[in-house]
Design a binder for this molecule. Structure first.
Ligand code: FES
Length: 175
């Protein structure tokens, strides 16, 4: 008499060596966790972009003819004059020096404004403050404002040119 043959049930054969099928709840959990991961990665990347200053020293360039000294320089004790073409403020300091202070905030690049009542520049974005000559006072900006070199190119007509430079040297003014 032949021995009886044993056979594994078909359902057990299919399951051995493979993962159990995902339930609907597990699938939704994986999708939700994946979406959360993508969202957090995007937020982290955006945060990193905003955490670093947009401009470093001397990263901008340009040469701007301002016009005659008598027409463009601020009066003694006068408010700074904005020159929009070059994005800078023309400033006369208490020491009677003329400076071109770059209007772009060294934090994240907003254009800061002169506040006559406070006698300082204040950035509207995050509140960084700078003195009349661009020196850093307070706020998230990492350093003082940049300054342009100012050059008197034609003393006869008083034509003045402002040009970017890493340090920006003031021009003594005798007017
Ligand atoms: Fe942030 Fe000016 S851009 S303080």
């Amino acid at each position: 008499m032949a021995a009886p043959q044993t056979q594994t049930p078909p359902a057990k054969q299919e399951q051995s060596g493979s993962l159990p099928p995902l339930t609907r709840r597990e699938l939704l959990n994986y999708i939700w966790l994946g979406s959360l991961g993508v969202f957090l990665a995007e937020m982290g990347g955006i945060g990193l972009i905003f955490a670093f200053p947009r401009f470093r020293e001397g990263e901008f360039g340009g040469k701007f003819t301002l016009g005659a000294v008598q027409e463009v320089f601020p009066e003694p004790d006068g408010d700074p004059i904005p020159l929009n073409e070059g994005k800078f403020w023309l400033v006369r300091t208490e020491e009677n020096q003329i400076l071109a202070v770059y209007r772009v905030c060294t934090h994240l690049g907003c254009l800061f404004n002169w506040q006559p009542s406070e006698h300082r520049f204040i950035c509207p974005c995050h509140g960084s403050q700078f003195e009349l000559d661009g020196t850093y006072i307070t706020g998230p900006a990492p350093r003082s404002a940049d300054r342009f070199v100012i050059e008197l190119v034609d003393p006869a007509s008083g034509q003045v040119v402002a040009q970017t430079d890493k340090f920006g040297n003031p021009l003594g003014c005798t007017r």
